[in-house]
Design a binder for this molecule. Structure first.
Ligand code: F6P
Length: 539
């Protein structure tokens, strides 16, 4: 963000100063149509952002800010396949995966044909495995699929399989293993039969050490039962942008599904990385997920900013972060099926926008990605909600709720919905001490109403899905992806690299070499002492 050239920025700061002392609920008194004005429907989702400390003037200025940051052109560049990931020299085309268009090209080459070819291969594989035509080393049909991957090669498929568990039509059990902690692969494999288990090694780079180690352990487990290297071909698939590396691991070329450099890891569930989803739901279910995301893409690309859900969602986030000073926000789905959503969004938003340098090679002068955290309602009402109600920080909340739930009896769903809506109301309205001065006896010297007071004025968004389906989940994830991109554009950063994660990986590699008896490196005192302590206890 080149703030000096952005005239809306100081105006927004001035407006925020005026609005800060206001009560959010009082803004409803000023504006009879506030809910109509501060809400939007798109791609099967409804977003009510009226419970934010924002008014029409601020929203107009935020839209002006988006125009000043050339957002319209930046959206076009994303969809067109320009190399907008400039620090890695790559295009960013997760949108093409959901609706491959013949005019989208990378380096002059159309990508639609490649995308369709990989989807056809996914379909063939899913049919072969689900029909029982694909058999294991003993001739048995496959009953269990284990995805081995981490980060973007794990979180999206895990979220989708968990969220859409009631749409699982294939009968296959799909499992996930990501952590290098040996307990993870142990837990995953316990109870599985090597003869009926199919592994997917999912790694865009095929160099991620955690994935490589887990894949090796899985292969050892398989070969201990099969007793023949040839079993690998019947039990291992790979997904990678570097198929040669998968071949070097011993996975036959026919079993490798390609992806491309122009799909970012955290944006990759729409590519062949989504294979576990297709195994769980059937290919048609996966295509429904793509279709939901594509509907949000079309809306994002064509709607004017004033009626554009991802743009407005992003701008409200910018307002809360940069003008009201929120340092974090909580994502709270009131839906057990969305348990994995906060973790998925943490990678999406924080790996994308946890940046400090602009595209113009300058330090960013404003706060970038806020800390994203969260958990499931109603559970978290009995955990961290106390801090939202009476803590000292401004913490906006994204509530997410499905209006209907085919597996939840009416009395459960009524209670869930009542709690979700009530929490948003309580966070906004609070309860002032005057209302609490009911003469309840307290210890001498204790001003009980003061302790019981909840100040309110915590902003929130309410995201409503009619029901959680592959389509609405696709639209929801695309909404957050586009929100992330819009915010990156406003902050002037590259949302598509992740150089920050490299140093830790490199240092872990060095320490591992030292543990293996390699030359001792120079470390700080604490690091050396920790290494010594581990080596002593390892014996
Ligand atoms: O360490 C970060 C990261 O590169 C993520 O961006 C990525 O999703 C994850 O590691 C896994 O990478 P890969 O798919 O190449 O194994």
């Amino acid at each position: 963000m080149k703030s000096s050239r952005i005239s809306s920025w100081p105006k927004l700061s001035a407006l925020a100063k005026q609005l800060r002392p206001r009560r959010i609920e009082s803004l409803f008194d000023d504006d009879a149509d506030r809910v109509g004005e501060f809400s939007i429907d798109a791609a099967g989702l409804y977003l009510d952002y009226s419970k934010n400390l924002i008014d029409r003037a601020a929203l107009r200025l935020l839209v002006e800010l988006a125009h000043e940051c050339a957002l319209a052109e930046r959206i076009e560049r994303l969809f067109r396949g320009d190399r907008i990931n400039v620090t890695e020299g790559r295009a960013v085309l997760h949108t093409a995966l959901r609706d491959p268009q013949d005019d989208v090209r990378v380096d002059g080459q159309p990508v639609a044909g490649d995308i369709r070819a990989v989807q056809a291969k996914m379909r063939t594989l899913v049919e072969a495995v689900c029909s029982g035509r694909w058999t294991g080393f003993r001739g048995d049909r496959i009953t269990d699929v284990v995805n081995i991957g981490i980060g973007g090669s794990h979180l999206g498929p895990l979220l989708a399989c968990d969220a859409l568990r009631y749409d699982a039509a294939s009968g296959l059990r799909v499992h996930f293993c990501s952590n290098v902690d040996g307990g993870d692969i142990d837990r995953t494999l316990t109870g599985l039969d090597p003869a009926t288990t199919l592994f997917i090694v999912a790694s865009k780079s095929f160099t991620t050490p955690e994935t490589a180690l887990n894949a090796n352990s899985a292969r050892r487990w398989l070969l201990a039962a099969a007793g023949d290297e040839a079993a690998t071909a019947k039990h291992f698939l790979a997904i990678s942008a570097h198929p040669a590396k998968a071949a070097a691991f011993g996975i036959p070329a026919d079993n490798v599904l390609p992806m491309w450099d122009w799909v970012g890891g955290r944006y990759s569930l729409w590519s062949a990385i989504g294979l576990p989803i297709a195994f769980a739901l059937g290919m048609h279910g996966f295509e429904r997920l793509l279709a939901g995301a594509a509907a949000m893409d079309r809306h994002f690309r064509s709607a004017p900013f004033e009626r554009n859900m991802p743009v407005l969602f992003a701008l409200v986030g910018i307002w809360n972060t940069n003008f009201l000073g929120a340092e974090s926000f909580a994502v709270v789905p009131y839906d057990d099926r969305l348990f994995q959503l906060p973790a998925y969004l943490q990678q999406l938003e924080m790996e994308s926008n946890g940046k400090r340098v602009t595209l113009a090679n300058r330090p960013v002068k404003v706060a970038t990605a806020p800390i994203l955290w969260g958990g499931l309602g109603t559970n978290v009402q009995h955990a961290f909600f106390q801090l939202l109600h009476q803590g000292t920080r401004l913490i906006p909340v994204d509530f997410i709720l499905a209006m209907t739930h085919q597996r939840s009896p009416r009395e459960h769903h009524d209670m869930l919905v009542a709690n979700c809506i009530a929490q948003a109301e309580a966070l906004m309205c609070g309860r002032q001490r005057a209302e609490l001065d009911d003469g309840t006896p307290a210890e001498p010297g204790i001003d009980l109403p003061l302790h019981r007071e909840t100040p309110g004025n915590q902003p929130s968004n309410m995201l409503i899905l009619e029901s959680l389906t592959p389509e609405t989940l696709g639209a929801l994830l695309a909404l957050y992806e586009h929100k992330t991109y819009v915010q990156g554009v406003i902050w002037g950063i590259n949302s598509f690299d992740q150089w920050g994660v490299e140093l830790g990986k490199k240092l872990a590699g060095k320490l591992l070499a030292e543990m293996g008896g390699g030359t001792r490196e120079k470390h700080d005192g604490s690091t050396s002492a920790l290494l010594e302590r581990y080596l002593r206890s390892r014996g």
